[in-house]
Design a protein around this ligand. Structure first.
Ligand SMILES: [Zn+2]
Length: 111
C-alpha cells in the first residue's frame, strides 16, 4: 500500500449536495478537487466576495467586487444518486476498474 495516497469518492464534474455548513442543501457541479487539502470547489457553493484591483488605469470597467467559489471540505458534500438523491458511495470491481455505485440502490454512479 503506498502511503499518502488517498482515495476520494468525489470527482470533477460530479454533482454533489452540500450536507453541512453555510450552504447546506445547495447542489452543484464539482469544479475542482484538492486531494491534499481534502477539499472541493463546487459551482455556486461557498461564494466569497473578492475585491478586484483597480490599479490598472487603462481599464475603465475593471475593479469592484466579484464573487467566486471557495473550497469546501469533501466531508461536507455527498454524491447524488439519480434514484435516491444524496448517498454514500460503494465500490465495485469491474474488471480492472473500480466503479462507484449507490450504497442504497446499487446504481452505478459513473458519468
Ligand atoms: Zn441510489
Amino acid at each position: 500500500m503506498p502511503t499518502g495516497t488517498k482515495h476520494f469518492d468525489v470527482r470533477r464534474n460530479d454533482t454533489v449536495k452540500v450536507i453541512s455548513g453555510r450552504d447546506k442543501g445547495k447542489q452543484g457541479r464539482v469544479l475542482r478537487v484538492f486531494p491534499d487539502k481534502e477539499r472541493v470547489l463546487v459551482e455556486h457553493v461557498a461564494m466569497v466576495k473578492k475585491t478586484v484591483s483597480r490599479r490598472n488605469p487603462q481599464s475603465q470597467s475593471g475593479g469592484g467586487i466579484a464573487e467566486q467559489e471557495s473550497p469546501v471540505a469533501i466531508s461536507n458534500v455527498m454524491l447524488i444518486c439519480p434514484q435516491c438523491g444524496p448517498t454514500r458511495v460503494a465500490h465495485h470491481r469491474e474488471g480492472d476498474s473500480n466503479v462507484r455505485a449507490c450504497r442504497k440502490c446499487g446504481s452505478t454512479l459513473e458519468n
